[in-house]
Write a protein that binds this ligand. Sequence first.
Ligand SMILES: Cc1cc2nc3c(=O)[nH]c(=O)nc-3n(C[C@H](O)[C@H](O)[C@H](O)COP(=O)(O)O)c2cc1C
Length: 261
Amino acid sequence: MRAARHTLGVTESEKKARYSLCGLPLARYARGARSSVGDKGAATELAYALSAAPQFDAAFRATFAELLAWRRDVRHFRTEEAPDEATLAELFHLAAFAPSVGNCQPTRFVRVDDEARRASIRANFEAANHEALGAYGGERAALYARLKLAGLSDAPIQLAVFCDEATEQGHGLGVRTMAETRRYSTVCALHTFWLSARARGLGVGWVSILDPGVIAEALDVPRAWTFIAYLCVGFAREEHLIPELERAGWQAREAHPVVRR
Ligand SMILES: Cc1cc2nc3c(=O)[nH]c(=O)nc-3n(C[C@H](O)[C@H](O)[C@H](O)COP(=O)(O)O)c2cc1C
């Protein structure tokens, strides 16, 4: 570790390389790299280090499958406990490992702490949810009315997630014919955040029953930022293997069709 520290990061490219490794056990990679490259400098060392890919074994795959199966959309949060700042910082770092079109990293997280702004988001949700209820009739309407579709009143951490449609990062690669791929990139980032949170015992709930224009205004963000998601983050009141909508009788999970041509 001492040698890794000694050789790491003064130039911009080295700093970027270090960012690519954020949160990973750098010493483990650097050790193998030193023996193969000698003293050729930190950037070369890191390039070698990055190629020293780990082998993911069967035990890891089984645990990873459990993580996927036990990730839940959470609407009920413990108000007595909040994630600590170090964990949150780690989650933002890990989200940056997600793929993005042209490597443009268009995702912008807005942490909503201000109570007045939170109240306006809640009002926005109440209005949109009331309108949504009106679109159903009979049994479906009665069932919809019983669903809890957001944890806005009790989630200790709340994040509005935007996509910067005007970012110059990535130099336009991949977005000429499909500009929406920037938004898909943001979804990849927030899903990475979601899984990483679950791996740390945290729950995340995605709220989309909102008017995006009103959200952007309430949070005073640049016009070029498209609203993608509002995330409620915290410790879940209960853990479940079955999605809440499935348990409530709204919609069960099904496999995706796969067709061949
Ligand atoms: C794009 C998107 C938008 C969603 N919006 C909401 C929402 O507004 N309210 C809600 O309760 N759940 C919302 N969800 C969560 C889904 O209802 C949930 O993922 C689904 O029922 C499966 O449950 P699970 O995530 O626990 O596996 C959303 C999920 C996605 C991917």
